[in-house]
Design a protein around this ligand. Sequence first.
Ligand SMILES: NC(=O)c1ccc[n+]([C@@H]2O[C@H](COP(=O)([O-])OP(=O)(O)OC[C@H]3O[C@@H](n4cnc5c(N)ncnc54)[C@H](OP(=O)(O)O)[C@@H]3O)[C@@H](O)[C@H]2O)c1
Length: 285
Amino acid sequence: MGTTNSNSSVGNTALLSGCHAIITGASSGLGAEFARQLAPRAASLVLAARNGELLEALATRLRDSHPALRVVVIACDLATADGRAALWNTVDDSGLDPTLLVNNAGLGDYGEFVEADSTRLRAQIDVNVMALTLLAHEYARRAHNGKAYPRAMINISSLAASLPIPDLAVYAATKAYVTSLSEALAIELRPDNVRVLAVCPGPTPTNFSKTARREDGRDTDRSGQDWLRIPSQEVVATSLAALEHGSVRHFPGWKVRLAAFIFESMPRFITRCVLQLRRQKSIQK
Ligand SMILES: NC(=O)c1ccc[n+]([C@@H]2O[C@H](COP(=O)([O-])OP(=O)(O)OC[C@H]3O[C@@H](n4cnc5c(N)ncnc54)[C@H](OP(=O)(O)O)[C@@H]3O)[C@@H](O)[C@H]2O)c1
């Protein structure tokens, strides 16, 4: 199935053993799970998100269970230039040379485009696109000018990148950007020994839906998602394995892989007809 593409047939476990990782959006969900699963293998973790209390609580648990692990916490809003600068300042003040960037922070917004709050539209672009791109850029720049260690970047995209999704339009578009950027960077950064992986999870039980639901409680049509749902532990474990294997795009779980294959194989006009019918049905409900 053409949905998991490799840039190398040779696995590389040294990539994660003793790594120095930055994880964005580590205060909950997939980001916190990346921290938990990297903790036994990493030398240091830098955990970034806005909620400092949650980050500190996670850091304490990780330090208790992995005494040799260095955990640095930075509470910052990555949607802002100041927040991103604070992250890099923390990395530099800690004397760390990151060998893994997990570009995970992100958010969605369920509901009609026309009724969306423009602040939330902007937040999705600022975090999912702008912050991810500028963090990737600074990381790549440092890797290019720094020591030739094997390094890696994991960008969290989504199965939503494979479809234009009405009532989740901006989110899906931001994730299409993430996948496209990651695939291009996987080629560009190869001479610098930096692997790039786009992870495209299907629906995963985290705080994502709670955040994406609008204040009036309105939701988008998410029927069919139960069939695709897998736990965040599995998303992260298979993503780390995919990175070591040298994959460039990873769809966690066979059902998500199958869905991506179908979505990406369908002629686009059929995709739009199916999405139109689905939307009409959900409006009539
Ligand atoms: N769950 C799913 O169904 C699913 C499916 C496909 C892809 N994804 C992607 O997976 C990634 C992780 O999401 P999740 O599912 O784990 O949801 P989550 O539990 O809501 O986690 C989102 C994380 O992003 C952080 N974040 C949001 N805005 C931020 C900002 N301005 N500055 C810094 N950090 C910010 C949040 O921390 P603070 O609030 O503390 O800042 C939180 O740690 C996202 O990129 C999401 O698009 C999720």
